[in-house]
Design a protein around this ligand. Structure first.
Ligand SMILES: NC(=O)c1ccc[n+]([C@@H]2O[C@H](COP(=O)([O-])OP(=O)(O)OC[C@H]3O[C@@H](n4cnc5c(N)ncnc54)[C@H](OP(=O)(O)O)[C@@H]3O)[C@@H](O)[C@H]2O)c1
Length: 271
């Protein structure tokens, strides 16, 4: 038996897994069915369950509200219920984009301010888990995931594949997924519970990221500086700017590297 069981087989599980991890894809375990989730957790008997199953595309969530609610809200509710029955630690991957605005720093106590259906579904899951009455849970909130491993939804892969990008200079928190993996292991080792923002120190703007991509992996990228209001007119659903506090994470002894150092590392090791 392996210690960790992960639901969902997307970008994050591909990096946060180790030799003690079993990953179940949607075809192996559909989290919208509590019976299937129960069978999976009973079969694997893990010490920790990590939920990475989600509908993450904003436009898809907007167009398929019921289906995305079922995965993003009902899914974690199902997993929580079985983890509580079996007294297994439950880690749910939430999101830093529950907050809207980079003129303030969002802590774990800041009330969510969802702006699109995706963030509503994530907010409801967080609220349910927090109020259910089972204490052995972690809700982790990363923000703007980057990684050295290419993936269609890795921000670096997206930017690197473009010819022209309209980039804003608004500052945002960043989470390097390889660092997120260390954060998860650290919090498990500390038997931490509750909500934790999980991001690197300091901030970066999409313009900063695009500029470094141009210098390293895509010299032909044309970067057009755009202001936030103009960007919002170009896209169907609102993208928020968010700065997260990671002080609670660091108060447990975790040492975070800066977003800039993490970005340099990802680009140097990009594959
Ligand atoms: N992506 C980001 O930048 C970001 C930022 C902050 C937080 N997060 C959160 O981090 C977590 C992991 O994100 P990610 O980037 O790894 O997402 P991802 O690459 O989009 O992967 C999501 C996975 O969930 C699976 N899935 C969908 N419906 C399912 C179901 N009913 N049962 C089981 N699995 C199902 C998907 O399978 P199919 O592909 O077959 O549908 C896919 O393998 C998510 O909770 C996300 O909300 C992501």
């Amino acid at each position: 038996m392996k210690d960790r069981l992960i639901f969902g087989s997307g970008k994050v599980p591909g990096i946060i897994n180790n030799e003690q991890t079993t990953i179940l894809s949607k075809s192996q375990c559909d989290v919208t069915s509590v019976d299937i989730v129960r069978k999976a957790i009973h079969a694997h008997r893990p010490k920790v369950v990590i939920n990475c199953a989600a509908k993450t595309n904003l436009e898809n969530c907007e167009e398929n509200k019921y289906a995305s609610y079922n995965v993003n809200t009902q899914g974690p509710i199902n997993i929580l219920k079985i983890c509580a029955e079996m007294k297994v630690k439950f880690i749910h991957i939430s999101s830093g984009c529950l907050f809207d605005g980079n003129h303030f720093v969002s802590t774990e106590e800041t009330p969510p301010d969802p702006k699109v259906w995706y963030t509503w579904t994530k907010t409801w899951a967080d609220q349910f888990i927090t109020n259910y009455g089972y204490e052995n849970f972690l809700i982790l909130r990363p923000r703007q995931l980057i990684s050295a491993k290419s993936h269609p939804s890795n921000m670096l892969t997206k930017f690197a594949s473009m010819d022209v990008i309209s980039a804003i200079k608004e500052q945002n928190s960043i989470t390097c997924i390889e660092d997120f993996s260390n954060m998860i292991t650290h919090l498990i080792d500390k038997d931490a519970r509750g909500i934790y923002n999980c991001c690197n120190d300091e901030t970066l703007s999409p313009y900063d990221i695009a500029s470094k991509i141009k210098k390293t992996i895509n010299p032909n990228l044309v970067i057009k500086e755009t202001d936030y209001e103009s960007l919002l007119k170009m896209i169907p659903n609102k993208r928020v700017n968010t700065i997260l506090s990671n002080e609670k994470l660091k108060s447990t002894g975790y040492e975070a590297r800066t977003a800039s150092d993490a970005l340099d590392w990802c680009l140097k090791n990009y594959r």
